[in-house]
Design a protein around this ligand. Sequence first.
Ligand SMILES: [Zn+2]
Length: 366
Amino acid sequence: MRGWSAFLAAVFLAASHAGAFDWTVVNFEGRDYVPLQDVARFYNFTQADYAYDHLQLANTVLRMQGSVNSRELYLNGLKFILSFPLISIDNRPAISRIDLSKLVEPVLRPARIQTAPARTIVLDAGHGGFDQGARSVRGNEKDFTLDVVLRARDLLQAAGYNVRLTRSADVFIPLELRAAFASNQSNALFISVHFNSGMRGDAEGIETYCLAPRGVPSSNDTNLTFSDFRPCLGNVRDAENIALATAIHTALITRLGVGDRGIKRARFVVLRDNTVPGVLIEGGFLTNAIDDVRIANPAFRQNMAQAIVQGIETYNRAVERSGAASAGTIAKGNTAPPASAAAATPGSIWTPFSNDVYALPEAAAK
Ligand SMILES: [Zn+2]
């Protein structure tokens, strides 16, 4: 009986804390930050190391790493680009409140996102017609993107999804029409497929974009501009967008064994004006000798299509648990830190976050 009363005491203790987690919010140069010490406590990280501007939070299933003055944040080795660099206040590392709310929370606790699993997938093959996109001697971006999309369509239909294509032939479709087409679908996800080109031949690897939250710069910009504060239709899906990007990017990096350029933010028209959760994949550089050979290989494009399907299924499983979420769910569009201290179980539903699924490309190859 003694065990029981100890158990009940623990339950009451937990209950009395619900909704009352005491976040420390520090304002620095006009922006709110939260000490990573608080993040560690809230998300049940049992280890926290901070030395020489490098920090690592860890528990049995999850490892978060970053550096002061850097926008790179790694979760079990997967790269995310923060909206603002980590900072150090009184020798305590801190993360911007907006990154906590718009990245850390939905990625670590996707089950709390209030949304339904998707049954319809809108696939968007980048470019088309006179708009050839990036080019290499092996082919044009517009043809490679359509090929990946048609392969993904077949796989998704076989798995029971409704699939809609913004284009199924070599035709030009304006970006605004692509976004409007997706927004007309209900219970849907939007996946745009592109390949990259760089000024320099050494740029390589895959990056996955989702819409930048309101009030943050795009990942490829450092300074805020006036237009970053303009509200976008797609911002109603901030939580879903980053969760979907995480699931898809994880699948791409682990399956394809290519360079990880990170999960990034942008305000591309197809993401900005889209009211269904969406991502834009840049599946490698046609201007890089190694990426280019890969992309021209049909087996690589089939693998990429399979990764897209895998990412969608991971996302659906992750948000399907949202029925279990009750009090303390972050309201969509709310930039406040998580309000609940209900037991966090990071990693438990995010299969990609188990250490053996990814971390090192060698481990992913099996
Ligand atoms: Zn493109």
